[in-house]
Design a protein around this ligand. Structure first.
Ligand code: PEP
Ligand code: MN
Length: 341
């Protein structure tokens, strides 16, 4: 971290400033130019709030971080790709995995029919919400505990590992047999929840918040890793912009950028990004092209009757056709399409 001082600051004021910083346990050195003096800090500056220093020291013009505030998720600290083992299905290492299933578990017949079909089409994990974060308190909230039970029933029927969202810490007790815990976009900065899943020995699918930067996403992943759990998959699922034509705007540049910044696997959810079923296939193809490690795609046996997110759900035939197309594209990118365990 460094602070550029205003021109012409007298030496005693500079010494006062560096003494204050050194009192907090950092070493400093000065770089003196013709107009400006720069104070460079050495040490773990994660505890320093840059804006506070700038705003509360009148001699400082601006400050800059030279290293990222995240460590455990940083590729410079850990250059090798992390491989996440999700119930035997591997994310990272040149594999490409497709998670598919309905927005929410609605009935035994529904989840089992969808599970069997998406497995036959090549999906390697089954998704299905039991606890649903809904904008309206009057909307369908998911089948809750019963939803988890039915999801596990579908896992037993098909052998597919399952991914489902947790909304708070108290629910975690019910997640023992769930293979991957999803932290949804609305909970990306629920720091207590992040710490709690960080203490668990289970893979976590961390979705990017509706209005969060990539650095904030990485800092949230850092919470999980800093508690000891390195099995984290990041998910780009669209962010809120000024464009109302789609539910969110899929930030595809997030994928290659995150690949540079972190060793964690990254998947894309085109369903929640677009909110429109007609856009799911083209965005899924784009995700393959930009180097994603997988996809999460919402599917339903009868989208018109879905209790949640029917507009963005592919029917089972459409999903099958998309998967055939993706298999070729994944191979072209030099990755291997996962096969069911
Ligand atoms: C979901 O995957 O069901 C979901 C609610 O997604 P998000 O948190 O990305 O909105
Ligand atoms: Mn949904």
């Amino acid at each position: 971290m460094l602070f550029v001082l205003k021109p012409g600051v007298p030496r005693p004021k500079i010494d006062e400033f560096t003494a204050k910083i050194e009192a907090r346990g950092f070493k400093t050195f000065l770089s003196t130019g013709t107009e400006h003096t720069v104070v460079c800090l050495i040490g773990n500056t994660a505890t320093i709030d840059l804006d506070t220093v700038v705003q509360t020291n009148v001699i400082v013009e601006y400050g800059k971080r030279v290293t990222e505030p995240y460590k455990a998720v940083n590729r410079t600290v850990h250059p090798e790709d992390t491989v996440v083992n999700a119930g035997g299905v591997l994310f990272g290492t040149g594999m490409f995995q497709v998670i598919s299933g309905p927005c929410s578990v609605e009935s035994e017949e529904q989840i089992i029919a969808v599970a069997k079909s998406v497995k036959a089409s090549g999906a390697t994990l089954l998704r299905g919400g039991a606890f649903k974060p809904r904008t309206s308190p009057y909307a369908f909230m998911g089948l809750q505990e019963e939803g988890l039970r039915l999801l596990l029933e579908a896992k037993r029927e098909t052998g597919l590992p399952v991914v489902t969202e947790v909304m708070n810490q108290t629910q975690l007790l019910l997640f023992e047999e769930i293979d991957v815990i999803q932290i949804g976009a609305r909970n990306m900065q629920n720091f207590d929840l992040l710490r709690e899943v960080g203490r668990m020995n289970k893979p976590v699918l961390l979705k990017r918040g509706l209005a969060n930067t990539l650095e904030e996403l990485l800092m949230s992943a850092e919470y999980i890793l800093s508690e000891g759990n390195s099995q984290v998959i990041l998910c780009e699922r669209g962010i809120r912009t000024f464009e109302p034509a789609t539910r969110n705007t899929l930030d595809l540049s997030a994928v290659p950028l995150l690949k540079q910044k972190t060793h964690l696997p990254i998947i894309v959810d085109p369903s929640h990004a677009a909110g429109l079923r007609g856009l799911v296939a083209p965005l899924a193809r784009a995700a393959v092209a930009v180097g994603a490690d997988g996809l999460m795609i919402e599917t339903h046996n009868d989208p018109a009757q879905a209790l949640c997110d029917g507009a963005q759900s592919l029917d089972l035939t459409e999903f099958g056709i998309l998967m055939e197309d993706l298999k070729r594209r994944v191979a072209f990118e030099g990755k291997r399409m996962g096969t069911a365990v």
